[in-house]
Write a protein that binds this ligand. Structure first.
Ligand SMILES: *[C@@H]1O[C@H](CO)[C@@H](O)[C@H](O)[C@H]1NC(C)=O
Ligand SMILES: *[C@@H]1O[C@H](CO)[C@@H](O)[C@H](O)[C@H]1NC(C)=O
Ligand SMILES: *[C@@H]1O[C@H](CO)[C@@H](O)[C@H](O)[C@H]1NC(C)=O
Ligand SMILES: *[C@@H]1O[C@H](CO)[C@@H](O)[C@H](O)[C@H]1NC(C)=O
Ligand SMILES: *[C@@H]1O[C@H](CO)[C@@H](O)[C@H](O)[C@H]1NC(C)=O
Ligand SMILES: *[C@@H]1O[C@H](CO)[C@@H](O)[C@H](O)[C@H]1NC(C)=O
Ligand SMILES: *[C@@H]1O[C@H](CO)[C@@H](O)[C@H](O)[C@H]1NC(C)=O
Length: 419
């Protein structure tokens, strides 16, 4: 099952295996020797007392520099949590019989830890692997099929074979310099999915993912989201070397969409996207010369904020922007289309600004009332930052481009930023 996802060497495989993420929360009765209440193990004998229990209950911490290896073979189920922190001399961790940890299983700051053996582990509340620079193998031979949260941060791993969950609350893979490919069968993330600062060119394939709440992707090389149809939160693509962002099945974004600082990006394609609940920001993408890639986009619930050197850019279906509109282009793109949107009253927010190949045009509803006045009204523009939400019904007429031209020219002459 895993094999079909193996494409390259650095691989995170979250296979298709659908399994049940409902953890049993019932805590079994165990003899008192296997009940560990805030137990901290600092010596091998302490660890042996845990390993002597097939089923243990409690919150266990293993820490300190007295271990070369940590031997937990014997322990099968832990109802509670296990943290292995700052065991700075431990090279191996063996828990080959462990099947379940109902709470958190966390490894952190184990600087020379090379090998984990979690051969039978299938079920965890959460798995956290942090600051494990020497770790090359997560040792998940059976594979985790049930978990709420997975964090892999700052490890030496080049692959995460064995993380086979299909539904998670959170997935956070960051700062693992050896991970070059994340190819996953994950279908749903109900809270947040974050992939940041792994290998610069990390290819991210999440083709089974259909829904996610928030998703943050930073410093990635490519992205494939073939089945993503909805996101209730925000989507952010930034500081990446991706050349193309194409999400062809996505219909709606609950909150904002941000595409920022992707220096090689030349193409954006959101062919079915009809609504963005929050803001749309497309900024500082040096090679992006067109933002035409939103043919069905009708509504933006926040503001639109776009800058760059654009020769093309159009929103064919856009008819409502609840916030302001700020477009700054140094290319051949004309503002004509956007000026029209504004004069039609489709930009509901106070502020409108567009600078392109033609003259710059701007307005704000508060100011437009005084647009017949002279440039002295520019003082007001500072103060209406704070009242920008008190906006209204007068926008259609008052925002007519011609009507406010006097003000604009005055404000521009004074170098006032209107947005
Ligand atoms: C789900 O769990 C069952 C029982 O533990 C196991 O037999 C099965 O292989 C798992 N299914 C998948 C798809 O992993
Ligand atoms: C999940 O597993 C538990 C225990 O095996 C079972 O009672 C429950 O019905 C399963 N839930 C789903 C959604 O499969
Ligand atoms: C591990 O050690 C580091 C550095 O000494 C310290 O900052 C950190 O709090 C320790 N972590 C835990 C969980 O004890
Ligand atoms: C997203 O929101 C919709 C409607 O509010 C809800 O039905 C759906 O379950 C949510 N999806 C997720 C993944 O949270
Ligand atoms: C989309 O998801 C379906 C169902 O899981 C799957 O069969 C299909 O291969 C996925 N599409 C792509 C392009 O991976
Ligand atoms: C583009 O917009 C972003 C976000 O508003 C801003 O931080 C950045 O400074 C702008 N870049 C330029 C060159 O104006
Ligand atoms: C961009 O605009 C130019 C000139 O207006 C046009 O020739 C070209 O076809 C456009 N490119 C795209 C991708 O729309």
């Amino acid at each position: 099952m895993l094999k079909s996802f193996v494409i390259g060497s650095g691989l995170i495989s979250l296979a298709l295996a659908a399994n049940n993420s409902t953890l049993t929360t019932a805590t079994p009765d165990v003899k008192s020797a296997c009940s560990f209440d805030d137990f901290t193990a600092t010596a091998s004998a302490d660890v042996a007392s845990i390993a002597a229990c097939p089923t243990a209950v409690g919150e266990i911490i293993i820490e300190g520099d007295s271990f070369g290896s940590i031997e937990l073979n014997g322990l099968e189920q832990l109802y509670g949590s296990l943290e292995v922190n700052n065991a700075t001399k431990a090279v191996t961790f063996n828990a080959a019989t462990l099947q379940l940890v109902s709470g958190e299983l966390a490894f952190s700051g184990n600087t020379v830890l090379q090998t984990l053996n979690l051969a039978q582990l299938t079920t965890v509340g959460s798995l956290s692997l942090k600051a494990l620079p020497a770790l090359e193998n997560a040792g998940l031979t059976s594979g985790i099929t049930s978990a709420d949260a997975i964090v892999v941060s700052d490890t030496g791993l080049s692959t995460l074979e064995g993380i086979n969950v299909v539904k998670l609350k959170t997935l956070d893979i960051n700062n693992n310099g050896n991970i070059e490919l994340i190819d996953s069968g994950l279908q749903q993330v109900t809270d947040s999915l974050s992939i940041s600062y792994n290998s610069d060119q990390v290819d991210v394939k999440l083709d089974q993912l259909t829904s996610v709440k928030d998703m943050v992707l930073q410093s990635i090389g490519s992205i494939s989201l073939a089945n993503l149809t909805s996101t209730n939160g925000s989507l952010s693509f930034s500081s990446s070397s991706i050349e193309k962002i194409e999400i062809s099945s996505l219909k709606s974004i609950g909150n904002s969409l941000t595409i920022n600082k992707n220096s090689d990006l030349t193409e954006i394609e959101f062919s079915k996207l009809t609504s963005i609940g929050g803001a749309l920001q497309i900024s500082d993408n040096d090679d992006l010369s067109s933002f035409s890639g939103f043919p069905e986009l009708k509504t933006v619930g926040g503001s639109v904020n776009i800058n760059g050197s654009f020769d093309n850019g159009t929103f064919e279906s856009l008819d409502r922007v609840s916030g302001g509109f700020n477009l700054r282009s140094s290319g051949d793109l004309s503002c004509e289309e956007f000026n029209e949107l504004n004069s039609d009253g489709d930009i509901k927010g106070d502020k409108y600004y567009c600078s392109g190949a033609d003259k710059e045009t701007s307005s704000s509803s508060a100011k437009s009332r005084s647009s017949e006045e002279t440039s002295s009204s520019s003082d007001d523009s500072e103060s209406d930052e704070s009242s920008s939400s008190s906006k209204s019904s007068d926008s259609g007429a008052s925002k007519s481009v011609g009507g406010i031209l006097g003000f604009i020219l005055g404000a521009a002459a004074l170098g006032v930023s209107l947005y």
